[in-house]
Design a protein around this ligand. Structure first.
Ligand SMILES: [Zn+2]
Ligand SMILES: [Zn+2]
Length: 277
């Protein structure tokens, strides 16, 4: 566990992509997972003392919820979801302690204040999350087909923004995916392209965001360096080139990132070298 004299707000993508998603956030003694779409054993390996406060569910799709019930049972964590997601999840959450939140209404997960906001995706009531602790704000948004007002509003100014960059339209056009699947992915309730992620990043960074992590990349239809370059180029073009941008490789995990908080340790999401405001 972290040293309580220097509490940190840390974020680590355990896995991201179509094969499973889980993002771990640590805020002092509170540990929260955004989604648990991996086998429970894989998640528990990254929780050495099996301490977890809550699992926040973005939506009911298997690659986000697969391990949630087993992880909650093993750690005593509560699964937090909105009512429509719970209903749609059905037996997937059997035996897990569950609590309901309302989209748009802030709630507590341990010492972290969480707000869910609506996103456009083909699920019952899909959401992204803003997590706030000691004045620092992390926004997580994946599985969404278009850039909407609530998404931009909640991403704007987040100290760390994790946003989906699922596919590159040019790679998608030549990939072997069947046409019905391509149509679903590029649709308004599908997934976000690199260009879409770039639009969100620009809006966020205009509002003061300095660090952007790209998640849920497609193994078939995207490449991490390409996604990163598309977003960087868009930020450069808007005079926001000082922001830090990283892309998490498809179906892989990332390092710990430390988000700056008052009295906390030095951030490992580096300050940009040349901030052009
Ligand atoms: Zn997904
Ligand atoms: Zn989904």
């Amino acid at each position: 566990m972290p040293h309580s004299s220097h509490p940190a707000f840390r974020v680590r993508v355990l896995r991201s992509g179509s094969a499973g998603n889980a993002v771990l956030l640590e805020a002092g003694l509170t540990r929260v997972l955004v989604d648990a779409g991996l086998p429970a054993e894989a998640i528990l390996r990254d929780l050495p003392d099996a301490a977890l406060t809550a699992v926040l569910a973005t939506h009911e799709h298997d690659d986000h919820l697969r391990g949630a019930a087993a992880v909650a049972r093993a750690t005593g964590a509560v699964v937090l979801a909105n009512e429509a997601t719970l209903r749609a999840a059905g037996p997937q959450l059997a035996g897990a302690p569950v609590e309901v939140f309302r989209t748009g209404r802030p709630f507590a997960a341990g010492t972290v204040t969480v707000t869910a906001f609506p996103v456009s995706h083909d699920a019952a009531e899909p959401v992204g999350f803003v997590l706030e602790w000691r004045g620092a704000r992390v926004a997580v948004a994946c599985d969404l087909g278009e850039v909407t007002g609530p998404l931009v509003e909640h991403a704007r100014g987040a100290d760390l923004l994790l946003v989906e960059a699922n596919y590159d339209l040019r790679l998608m056009a030549v990939s072997a995916y069947p046409w019905f699947l391509k149509n679903r992915i590029v649709g308004a309730q599908g997934h976000l392209s690199n260009d879409g992620a770039a639009r969100v990043a620009v809006e966020a960074c205009r509002g003061g965001t300095r660090a952007v992590a790209l998640i849920h990349l497609s193994e078939m239809n995207n490449l991490a360096p390409l996604a990163r370059d598309v977003v960087r180029a868009a930020l450069d073009a808007e005079g926001l080139g000082g922001a830090w941008v990283q892309a998490v490789r498809p179906n892989a995990g990332g390092p710990w990132w430390t988000v700056p908080v008052a009295g906390g340790p030095a951030p490992t999401v580096p300050e940009p070298a040349s901030a052009v405001r």
